[in-house]
Design a binder for this molecule. Structure first.
Ligand code: GLU
Length: 423
């Protein structure tokens, strides 16, 4: 394979490819397809010059990678983080392909990113960065081509600037160019907490399989961004005891259970710099948090958090992967050997893209649904995906991760075979 592979090579891309290889081997995937699906369909690198508030110009690196579009327009978020690079974006794009296929959404997979620490920019700088990034990737995106959404470091406001920039370029409003937008411009009810809600729905299914009760469960959540904070809140609302949460500066632990709405208020409204400052429990490090004894552990931060170095110390019954790629291959094996029930990322965190799909459908129909409809349909789709994966896993004697990957990859392979090779 050619030069592109060298550009992509990094730990996250290697993890995505290693998972794919294991699944492809196990399902005896056509070698031609295997070669193709290991690589992205299209990768774009852009330079984003931004006028900073002090008058200087800074140039940021941006990416958009489309891994596959055999089943529909490609779909996936945009990440603003200092560690973003082409390989990471390509890995995340590949996971989007399997995630959308597994849930049965008519999408391929994509991901975008800008190498930037968004919290260091002013609001005006962030807006200029977003608009220029949108303009740079404009040629390859569109509501029927490739549809971005929020991810780490981006939110509804960033999506609004993105939608506005695209609409200015074409000369008319195009709400369906992104999902995760504000309601005022065609966003969907229930999109913001969709990923967290989905994590809770699949965890409930896993608990049912294992004969466990959420009322007696303890929950630990790593990450207090969009995914982690809503997961913690909805877990608690559903009757579980959330004993620890963390953000990048560390976490807070209280074995009696944390008051999540109060924690959210102090953290967000009172502007505490870190969760530890909230004084609602003992301060703990992220490393300690991952090894706390609990029923359910939800890594909802970044990738490669559970590795061969700490997997042995993880003491949960269920690992619900809110983040993308939080568990390395070695760690996966260690946890499986210990009997941890893993709900893999492409299943556990698919609630976000499922409700993104609802948003895109509502934008296309110019007809908006009620909040109950969104929640009911999300639960129906994600629960069905869980059950199919669980049945597949039992029938074939493979892990939940392998079952999810194999089902997703198989749907993509079927689409490639049906469409044939052009020219
Ligand atoms: N960034 C989210 C993910 O990793 C959502 C993607 C989307 O809604 O398109 O699944």
């Amino acid at each position: 394979m050619g030069a592109l592979v060298k550009e992509l090579d990094n730990p996250t891309f290697r993890l995505a490819v290693a998972q794919f290889d294991q699944a492809a081997e196990r399902m005896n995937l056509d070698p031609n397809l295997r070669q193709r699906l290991k690589l992205p369909e299209r990768s774009l690198m852009v330079s984003i010059p931004v006028r900073m508030d002090d008058g200087t110009v800074k140039v940021f690196n941006g990416y958009r990678v489309q891994h596959d579009s055999s089943r529909g327009p490609s779909k996936g978020g945009i990440r603003y983080h200092p560690d973003v690079n082409l390989g990471e974006v390509a890995a995340l794009a590949m996971w989007m392909t399997w995630k959308c296929a597994l849930a049965g959404l008519p999408y391929g997979g994509a991901k975008g990113g800008v190498q930037v620490a968004p919290e260091r920019l002013s609001r005006a700088e962030l807006q200029r960065l977003t608009r220029r990034y949108a303009a740079e990737i404009f040629p390859i995106i569109g509501p029927d081509k490739d549809v971005p959404a929020p991810d780490v470091g981006t939110d509804a406001q960033v999506m609004a600037w993105f939608m506005d920039t695209y609409s200015q370029q074409v000369g008319f409003p195009v709400p369906g160019i992104v999902t995760g937008k504000p309601l005022s411009i065609g966003g969907s009810l229930g999109r913001e907490d969709a990923t967290g809600r989905g994590v809770v729905y699949v965890t409930l299914e896993a608990m049912r399989c294992l004969g466990l009760d959420l009322d007696k469960a303890s929950v630990v959540v790593q990450g207090f961004g969009n995914v982690g904070s809503h997961t913690a809140r909805i877990m608690q609302q559903s009757g579980a005891r959330v004993i620890a949460v963390s953000d990048k500066s560390g976490g807070v632990y209280n074995p009696k259970g944390l008051d999540i709405p109060e924690l959210l208020r102090r953290y967000r409204v009172d502007g505490h710099q870190s969760l530890g400052d909230t004084k609602m429990g003992d301060r703990i490090s992220n490393e300690e948090l991952l090894t706390l004894e609990c029923t359910i552990l939800v890594p909802a931060a970044l990738s490669e958090q559970i590795t061969r170095l700490n997997a042995d110390k993880v003491r949960c019954r269920i690992l619900a992967e809110g983040a993308n790629g939080p568990t390395t291959l070695d760690a996966d094996q260690i946890l499986t050997d210990k009997g941890v029930f893993i709900i893999p990322d492409i299943l556990a965190n698919s609630g976000g893209v499922i409700v993104s799909y609802f948003e895109w459908v509502q934008d296309a129909q110019r007809f908006f649904w009620k909040a109950e409809d969104i929640q009911d349909r999300l639960q129906e789709i994600i629960t069905a995906a869980f059950r199919r994966t669980q049945q597949f896993s039992t029938a074939k004697g493979v892990t939940m991760r392998m079952a999810a990957l194999m089902s997703g990859i198989d749907k993509v392979a079927q689409a490639h075979l049906a469409r044939g090779l052009y020219p």
